[in-house]
Design a protein around this ligand. Structure first.
Ligand code: NA7
Length: 535
């Protein structure tokens, strides 16, 4: 079957793919968005587990580019749950008439660059496509990480990964085990604890979590936000996190212990993990002693909340507060329920999963009806490594990246012309919509530039844009330099690949934050893409 040609193929119909499609269509290009799911939504299509919620405030967890929609689309709480966000993204797709440019149930298997005609061939389970440009909007947290525990496939009860949640399920009264307690596990555990018969949490590393502060947003508050949206976005885009709050300007040593605890208490009362980490003291992400003050504060809260001394001991972290900051709607409180217990699987590992439950190393057996893996993702490069992407000279992306992925500004890798990544490895980790907008705006400008060159040539000359190796190396060096100043590297997490067995540890994130990242992208455009070349 002949392949279908489009100017641009976008892989992924999530928040990145939707905005990219709208931008490229406005340029007059033909566009096809491919997605293996049944509909748009990306992360929010897949992550439908009970309690799934964005922990960025609702007014900033959305696109800024449709100003009318920003004013009028309804939302009523300060955080959005998965269903709300999926509804919103479907609404945007229909409002901008994008659905007809999307093809679902189409899993991309591989793609290769053709030197003769400067196109990409994209092979899917539903046929082949070819395109001058490919934009990968495959998500930074989309490739499920399943624990490789012996016997997993022999489990005869219900076995779920939170990011592949079934449409119908009923946990009421059942004996449920949950492996993992990151953002996902914490949300899931908090939500299902009151419903299930028993809940056993298999915890590898205890977590620091603060209240989310979920609440209704009144019409007056919404009006206030609507009246100052331009300023709100401008502030968010310049900040580290894009979270819409004032980031810390003082250090822990600038105040007394009493004042410090008052500041932590005020942030605890207000809610939001990101705000607690970045809105308290600027040195808690760089200095161990400073970080310890935040650890002590949260440990004090765990001690106040959790009544059972053994559960409290297991839930109390020993390492630094240097993972992805969590917030919750009553996580530690759930462990005061008689039907909720916790196993520290570093002390007592799961030795085997059997047909009706889980065996621990000390010989204990736990019978379970449902086993849920809230074990996260092979983040950042996982979704790329699954695809077979072959660039110039037959070199694959996996070969180019070897153990550790590297990109220029999270958007391109050398040897892969006209292949643009939305939030590829070494992008920042911040509020996702403004990061996506920064990347899509950059990609759209880059494609516009290539199109201008193509149109200048009367013969429609082959032209493509590619990052230089030097551009990629310099970005990598900047990522490493900033990372070296941070404490995040001192704790194993998906930030450096430490969550996935056998994965090479490397700097997967640009820790300079959203503001610096957006500025670097803009500087690159304004100065004529010096770290890219036209080939
Ligand atoms: P995370 O944050 O990577 O958390 C995964 C959890 O699963 C975490 O507690 C892990 O323990 C645990 N885990 C991972 N692999 C295993 C194995 N093999 N055995 C036992 N426990 C394991 O993923 P989330 O889905 O919670 O959140 C990811 C992002 O999605 C989040 O930051 C939000 O932005 C949305 P560990 O801490 O590694 O010891």
């Amino acid at each position: 079957m002949a392949s279908q040609f489009y100017d641009a193929v976008i892989i992924g119909a999530g928040m990145g793919g939707i905005y990219q499609a709208s931008r490229l269509l406005k340029l007059g290009l033909t566009v096809k968005v491919l997605d293996r799911a049944d509909g748009p939504g990306g992360t929010w299509y897949w992550n439908r587990y009970p309690g799934a919620m964005s922990d960025t405030h609702s007014h900033l967890y959305r696109y800024s580019w449709d100003k009318e929609d920003l004013q009028t689309y309804p939302w009523s709480t300060n955080y959005l749950d998965s269903k709300d966000i999926l509804g919103y993204l479907n609404h945007v797709v229909d409002r901008h008439d994008l659905r007809k440019h999307m093809q679902f149930r189409t899993e991309v298997l591989s793609m290769r660059w053709n030197e003769e005609d400067y196109t990409w061939t994209i092979d899917t389970l539903s046929g082949s496509f070819s395109a001058r440009y490919v934009v990968t909007a495959v998500g930074l947290l989309s490739e499920p990480n399943w624990p490789s525990i012996p016997g997993r496939d022999s489990f005869q009860g219900e076995l779920y990964h939170t990011s592949r949640w079934p449409e119908t399920y009923d946990l009421t009264g059942k004996r449920v085990g949950v492996i993992g307690n990151g953002s996902t596990g914490v949300q899931l555990i908090t939500t299902i604890a009151p419903l299930v018969g028993s809940l056993l949490c298999f915890q590898r590393s205890p977590q620091y979590s603060v209240p989310a502060g979920r609440k209704a947003v009144s019409k007056d508050e919404r009006d206030l936000i609507n009246g100052s949206y331009d300023d709100i976005w401008a502030q968010a885009r310049k900040s580290l996190s894009g979270g819409g709050f004032d980031e810390a300007k003082i250090k822990t040593t600038d105040v007394s212990k009493e004042e410090r605890d008052q500041i932590y208490q005020a942030l605890w009362d207000q809610g939001s993990g990101l705000r607690f980490l970045l809105g308290s003291f600027q040195d808690i992400i760089t200095d161990e002693t400073a970080n310890q003050t935040a650890c002590d504060f949260i440990k004090g809260k765990i001690a106040e909340i959790v009544k059972d001394p053994e559960k409290r001991r297991k839930l109390t972290p020993k390492d630094l507060y240097a993972r992805r900051p969590l917030c919750d709607t009553g996580y530690y409180e759930q462990f005061n329920r008689d039907n909720v217990d916790i196993v520290d699987i570093k002390e007592n590992p799961i030795s085997k999963i059997v047909s009706n439950g889980v065996k621990l190393s000390d010989g204990t057996f736990h019978e379970l009806d449902v086993l849920i893996c809230a074990t996260g993702f092979n983040a950042f490069d996982g979704a790329y490594r699954r695809l077979h992407i072959q660039g110039r000279n037959g070199v694959t992306l996996n070969e180019h990246w070897k153990g550790a992925p590297s990109t220029n500004m999270g958007v391109a890798s050398a040897g892969f012309p006209n292949l643009f990544m939305i939030l590829g490895p070494r992008s920042p980790l911040a509020n996702v919509p403004p990061m996506i907008e920064a990347h899509v705006d950059f990609i759209t400008s880059a494609i516009t530039r290539v199109e201008e060159h193509r149109n200048q040539a009367s013969t429609h000359l082959n032209v493509a844009m590619e990052t230089t190796q030097q551009g990629e190396d310099e970005w990598g060096a900047l990522c490493d330099m900033i990372s070296d100043k941070m404490l995040f590297k001192r704790v194993d997490s998906y930030f450096y690949g430490g969550n996935v067995e056998g994965k090479t540890r490397s700097t997967l994130i640009f820790f300079g934050g959203l503001g610096m990242f957006s500025q670097k992208l803009q500087e690159c455009v304004d100065s004529g893409y010096p770290s890219f070349k036209l080939i």
